[in-house]
Ligand binder design. Structure first.
Ligand SMILES: Cc1ncc(COP(=O)(O)O)c(C=O)c1O
Length: 331
């Protein structure tokens, strides 16, 4: 069956391949069946491998969009008397602060304008002065296309005995991530961005050694990371109904990523990015960020007071732009 191929230019859900779409057409299955539990287990085990997480990392899936995974990490990982630092230089940094606020978790926000690069010296000072227990940062701030200094912030956090939560929503499987280098305690992503699966699953990859520490800290019932993990351990299942077809699609998407290789995918995105950047430059657009801060997988360009955002994870060469009013993005 041929499925019409639309090239989506929004930052996700991303365009998916026919293989991923077809993977969802499976006979109905009770998600409590062993066959399905094994499928979920294989996905859970492969996710940390993608980002070089060794045997000390594990992962847990939630039926949710990416925000669910962030909510799970923040509400489970910050200790009851903990102090969270949120680094906010875009809408997704701001969202982490909103989550903390909603759950009345003590937090400090290092807030700088959209498109500004975080100053790690300032961050270190806040970590020390505010006795921060947990730092949260967005790896690739999708609202600007900036790659934040996660490696340095991980080093700062660890130097001062803090843990770190990294939102890798739009970088996982699209930009180089090495958990052995970062040593990040928690990273989060979803099924529908650079991994090129369907929307509906969020996952948290975290260090196994933290499990005992987060037992009982969750402020949320549904997004209790510890309880969800235990559900998988004891019954091989999610606590609540899983999005069955989306999991089949994610399994296929992971297989396709392994076949393409992580580096192969990065190269493909880089190539698309260069084409997009060259062509938009020729048309007279200006870019929001300086070259050294561009992630290289998503581009913001401006002209006549318009900002357009085009991600480049899409396979193929057809690229047009979607234009958004500047104020809709920033205010
Ligand atoms: C960096 C980042 N964090 C969080 C999210 C939120 O994910 P979702 O819309 O799937 O809840 C997104 C979505 O684009 C994102 O790019």
């Amino acid at each position: 069956m041929n499925i019409k191929r639309n090239i989506l230019l929004n930052p996700g859900p991303a365009t998916t391949s026919d293989e991923v779409k077809h993977a969802m057409l499976m006979p109905d299955i009770c998600p409590r069946e062993e066959e399905f539990c094994l499928l979920m287990e294989s996905v859970k085990q492969d996710l940390p491998k993608i980002v070089n997480g060794g045997a000390d990392y594990t992962s847990t899936l939630f039926a949710a969009s990416g925000t669910g995974g962030i909510e799970s990490a923040i509400t489970s990982a910050v200790p009851c008397n903990g102090r969270l630092l949120v680094i906010d230089n875009g809408a997704y940094g701001a969202r982490m602060a909103q989550i903390a606020k909603r759950y009345a978790i003590y937090h400090v926000v290092y807030k700088i304008p959209y498109g500004d690069y975080p100053d790690v010296t300032d961050i270190e000072k806040i970590v020390i002065d505010e006795k921060i227990t947990t730092v949260s940062i967005v790896d690739h701030e999708t609202t600007t296309g900036m790659r934040n200094p996660v490696q340095e912030v991980c080093e700062i956090a660890h130097r001062h005995g803090s843990e770190i939560i990294v939102d890798c929503m739009s970088s996982f499987a699209g930009l180089p991530i090495d958990l052995r280098k970062w040593g990040a305690e928690y990273i989060i992503s979803s099924s529908n961005k650079c991994i090129e699966g369907m929307a509906g699953l969020s996952f948290v990859i975290f260090q196994k050694s933290l499990l005992e520490k987060i037992k009982g800290t969750a402020r949320s019932f549904y997004f209790d990371l510890y309880a969800q993990y235990q559900g998988f351990q004891h019954a091989g299942q999610m606590q609540f109904t899983p999005p069955v077809q989306v999991i089949y699609a994610l399994r296929k998407a992971i297989d396709l990523l392994f076949a393409e290789t992580y580096q192969g995918r990065i190269n493909r995105y880089k190539e698309n990015y260069s084409t997009l950047k060259d062509e938009t430059q020729k048309l007279g657009f200006q870019f929001l960020l300086k070259d050294e801060y561009q992630s290289g997988i998503l581009l913001y360009f401006t002209r006549h007071n318009l900002v357009s955002c085009v991600p480049v994870q899409k396979v193929g060469n057809s690229m047009t732009s979607t234009s958004l009013n500047y104020h809709n993005i920033y205010h």
